[in-house]
Write a protein that binds this ligand. Sequence first.
Ligand SMILES: Nc1nc2c(ncn2[C@@H]2O[C@H](COP(=O)(O)OP(=O)(O)OP(=O)(O)O)[C@@H](O)[C@H]2O)c(=O)[nH]1
Ligand SMILES: [Mg+2]
Length: 443
Amino acid sequence: MSAFSSLGKTLKEAFQRFLASPSADRNAVEELVRGVQRSLLVADVRVELVSKLSERIKERALAEKLPPGVSRKDHVAKIVYEELTSLLGRKPVKLSPDGKKPYVVMLLGIQGTGKTTTAAKLANYLKTSGYKVGVVCADTYRPAAYVQLQQLLKPRGVEVYGEPGVSDPVEIARRGVEFFRTMGVDFIIVDTAGRHRSQEELMDEMRRLGKAIQPDENILVIDGTIGQQAGVHAAAFHEAAPVGSIIITKLDTSAKGGGALSAVAETGAVVKFIGVGEAVEDFEPFNPGGYVASLLGMPDIESLVERVRTAEVEMDEERMKTILTGRFTLEDMVSQLSSLTKLGPLKKILGKLSLPGMDALSDTEFEKAEERIKKWTAVVKSMTAKEKQEPAIIDSSRIRRIARGAGVSERDVRELLKSFQASRKMMKDRKIRQILRQGRGRA
Ligand SMILES: Nc1nc2c(ncn2[C@@H]2O[C@H](COP(=O)(O)OP(=O)(O)OP(=O)(O)O)[C@@H](O)[C@H]2O)c(=O)[nH]1
Ligand SMILES: [Mg+2]
């Protein structure tokens, strides 16, 4: 069964209807947004998240300038893809031994979430990726877990360690990890018990086991059918576990997978894998972009997105040229700055340009700069056309009005105006223009 059957159906229909519509006009965009809303609400995505996301899609689809050679439809498709992808979280880091051998992974989660099944799935996944893997069964409540793991994994060439009859899971885990360490495996996966446990007891056992075997990565296993409740689990786990990632299971059986994924993403936690069925093979690495592509029924959407982004960068080049001549408007400056941040975190982009002095800037300084760009974008939006053309007419009463409209302080507005004047003056300097041109040639 596919992981996308439930959330996917309505979303895919709405998206395909949009692609087939004769024009991507306001009506078509609004209808698409309504379809996206409906499917996300059915998937148990938080109402606030849904309304924020649909506002953003609408606003961007209607306000963003169309890059040359890009159809309105492709542009909207890209926006929908980007917004859904960011709803479902960051691009996860791969599970890799990172030069550590063995790399110890401990699976945790409340009863019945799918830990034991996931231990088998993950072991099989790593084994087929070419690693030597061992599984430790530290579940003392359910003797059948050990048998279950052996039955699943022996035929697949993965050894399972267990001590039937022994009642202390910490001792079993310790000896199991030692056993596989001497065997020289790449990965050790430790399955733990979930029975009769409150969240607090679970966290406590996690800490005791953690102290004993020092896992390199704790992975919380969450049942995807609980929808947005998954966020609460992820947040609690994040506080208790030093290293952590998440696996969401049963995405094949419930319509609520989108709610679970978005709620977990909201906490900043990383989902590394998803479970999409009961069989050992029903398991895949999670990647928000790929997941959205399948949801939309458009596996090649990423190449469309790439194409639109390239056109956008070209459009920015044009704007950059205007800036380099020193004849740019307030809008030019702010949109140039904000399109910079759209390409990724400011630090990364400026890092690539290898500008002198950048290394000295701290992360907070970069965050502040990003914050300022956001504020400035809002400021320019609440200006009248005339004010944008002729900033000189902006007096204190206009500043007050603009600040209120943008939801920022008057100081923010003054700062933008000052910075605009300074940049314009600077760009009129021939020497500086020359340096910038050379810098761009190098980057
Ligand atoms: N459809 C579906 N079923 C799953 C998935 N993952 C686990 N299950 C089922 O969920 C049930 C519980 O799985 P277990 O792996 O035993 O869960 P557990 O967390 O180890 O349970 P305890 O050890 O008792 O806490 C089993 O019937 C599994 O087949 C999945 O991705 N999809
Ligand atoms: Mg189990």
